[in-house]
Design a protein around this ligand. Structure first.
Ligand code: EPU
Length: 429
C-alpha cells in the first residue's frame, strides 16, 4: 500500500504535457483482438489500466513488443483463447470490450462480469440487448457471460440510455457482422470517434461516430493498422480545474481544445481566465471565484468524470453552488472525505449543495476511486497543512505520472509506503 504526502497551500504554475486518453486506450487495446494482422499503437498512457489490458491480450495469445514508453507493436495472429481470466478482468471494467471484439472475430466470447470504479449500479443490459439483436446467444452463469453466434447479422438497435460502453461493444461486434447495423441514441464521446477511426484504419466501415447515429457495414476480415491515441481530455480537464482551484497558472499542452469546451466555458463562468490556442489551453485565476452550477451530461456536456474535481473547485468559490450528477447514481464518493477536510457540502439524491469559501484543512484521506482520488489530491494541495492520501492505486489506474506532473508545476508531494510513512513521521519528531 502506498500513500501520497501532499503539502497544502500550493500555487501550481507551469506547463504540463497531457498523455494519451485512458478511455480511448482501454477500448482500442481490446479492439486489436478483432484482427489477425500486426498493429502499432502510439500515445498509450503508461497507467495500470493499460498494463492490465496488455496482460489480458498476452494471456489470450497476442505477442506484444514495447516500442518506447508509450508505443506497442502487437501481433494478434496467434490469439487463440476466447476467455480472458477473471483475475485480470475483475481489475477493470473495460475488459468487457473483449465481448464485442472476440464475438466479431470468433463468434464466441466468455467474459467474467467486470469490476471497475464503484459509482453505483452499472448495468450492462444495453450491451446484451444489442448483442442479442445481432444474433448472439447469451448465457450468464456463475459470474460468467458466454456469448456465441454461428453468424452475426446487422440490425437496427436503439439504445435506451446513452452508454459509452454499449456503443463501443456494439460497434466492435457489428464491425464483423454480415450486413448493415444502425446504432441509434449512441454516445458521442471523442473516445468513440477514436475507436471508429482505428477500426476503419483496419478496414471496417463505420460512419457517423461522434453523432448519435452510427452506421456500420460489416466486413469479413480486418487488416493491420498504425494508430495514435487521442489526448486525454479528462486528464487535461483535471489540470485545468486544479489551476483555478489553487489560484495558479497552468498551460495544458498537446490537447484538442474542442474536446474541452464544456470545461473552458465552466471555468470562465466561475471567474477564471482561459486562453485557448490550437493545441494548448492556459488557465489562471486572478479575480475571486464566483459560485456556479455544474450539471453532468454525456459529451458534449460537462463530463461526470470531472464532477469530483469540479466540486473541489466550487469549495473555493465563496457562496452556494449546486451540482447535479445526471450520469451515475452514486458518484459522490469524495464528499465524505471533503467534509472531513472542512468542506460544507450537502447531498440529496443526485444533487449536491456546496457552500464554498471556507478554507479546507489537510489530514489523512482515502482515495475512494480514480476521479475522486484525483479530486482529493487537488483538495489537499489547496488546503492548509499536510495531507496523507491512501489507496493511491486508484489514481495510478488512470493518470500517467500524476504526482510527478504536479511536482513539476510546483507541488510538494512524496510517495511513501505505509512503512515509509511511519519512518517519515519518526524522522520529523
Ligand atoms: N447504463 C445502463 N445500461 C447499460 C450501460 C449503461 O443503464 O447497459 C447506464 C449507466 O448505469 C450510467 C449511464 O448509462 O448511468 C452511462 O454509463 P456508460 O455506459 O456510458 O459508462 P461506462 O461505459 O461504464 C464510461 C467511462 C467512465 C465514465 C462513463 C461516463 C470507460 C472505460 N469508462 O463508463 O469512466 O465515467 O463512461 O462518461 O470509458 C473513469 O474514467 O474514471 C470512468 C469511470
Amino acid at each position: 500500500m502506498e500513500n501520497l504526502i501532499v503539502k497544502g497551500n500550493a500555487n501550481l504554475s507551469g506547463k504540463v504535457k497531457i498523455s494519451g486518453s485512458k478511455n480511448a486506450a482501454v477500448a482500442i487495446l481490446p479492439a486489436v483482438a478483432i484482427t489477425a494482422e500486426n498493429v502499432y499503437l502510439d500515445n498509450l498512457p503508461d497507467i495500470t489500466d493499460v498494463r492490465t489490458m496488455i496482460e489480458i491480450l498476452e494471456n489470450l495469445g497476442v505477442s506484444i513488443r514495447r516500442r518506447g514508453k508509450n508505443a506497442l507493436e502487437l501481433t494478434p495472429g496467434n490469439l487463440s483463447k476466447i476467455a480472458p481470466p477473471y483475475e485480470l478482468v475483475k481489475k477493470m471494467r473495460a475488459s468487457y470490450y473483449f465481448m464485442g471484439s472476440l464475438l466479431a472475430r470468433f463468434g464466441r466470447a466468455e467474459v467474467p462480469i467486470p469490476g471497475g470504479c464503484d459509482l453505483g449500479p452499472r448495468p450492462i443490459d444495453q450491451h446484451l440487448k444489442g448483442f442479442s439483436a445481432l444474433g448472439a446467444n447469451i448465457s450468464i452463469e456463475h459470474g460468467m457471460i458466454t456469448l456465441s453466434a454461428d453468424k452475426l447479422v446487422g440490425a437496427h438497435i436503439y439504445l435506451d440510455v446513452v452508454s459509452i460502453g454499449a456503443t463501443i461493444n456494439l460497434m466492435l461486434a457489428a464491425a464483423g457482422a454480415e450486413g448493415r447495423t444502425v446504432l441509434e441514441n449512441v454516445a458521442k464521446e471523442p473516445e468513440i470517434v477514436d475507436l471508429a477511426n482505428f477500426l476503419n484504419a483496419m478496414g471496417a466501415s463505420i460512419r457517423g461516430a461522434g453523432t448519435d447515429v452510427i452506421r456500420i457495414d460489416g466486413v469479413r476480415s480486418f487488416s493491420g493498422a498504425a494508430h495514435t491515441v487521442i489526448p486525454d481530455r479528462i486528464e487535461a480537464g483535471t489540470f485545468m480545474l486544479a489551476a483555478a482551484t489553487t489560484r495558479g497558472n497552468i498551460t495544458v499542452e498537446e490537447v484538442i481544445p474542442k474536446h474541452l469546451e464544456a470545461i473552458t466555458a465552466k471555468l470562465r463562468e466561475i471567474g477564471a481566465v482561459v486562453e485557448v490556442e490550437p493545441e494548448k489551453i492556459n488557465v489562471k485565476a486572478i479575480d475571486p471565484l464566483v459560485p456556479t452550477d455544474i450539471k453532468t451530461f454525456p459529451y458534449p456536456g460537462f463530463p461526470t468524470d470531472l464532477q469530483p474535481p469540479g466540486m473541489v473547485l466550487l469549495t473555493a468559490a465563496e457562496g452556494l453552488s449546486v451540482i447535479t450528477e445526471n450520469v451515475f447514481d452514486g458518484r459522490y464518493n469524495h464528499v465524505d472525505e471533503l467534509k472531513r477536510m472542512g468542506a460544507l457540502i450537502k447531498v440529496e439524491g443526485r444533487t449536491a449543495l456546496v457552500e464554498g469559501g471556507s478554507r479546507l484543512s489537510g489530514g489523512p484521506i482515502t482515495a475512494p476511486d480514480l476521479r475522486s482520488g484525483a479530486a482529493l489530491i487537488i483538495a489537499a494541495l489547496t488546503a492548509d497543512g499536510e495531507s496523507r492520501i491512501s489507496a493511491v492505486e486508484h489514481i495510478d489506474r488512470g493518470y500517467e505520472n500524476f504526482e510527478q506532473k504536479l511536482i513539476n508545476l510546483g507541488a510538494s508531494i512524496q510517495r511513501v509506503s505505509e512503512k515509509g510513512y511511519k519512518q517519515l513521521s519518526y524522522n520529523r519528531e
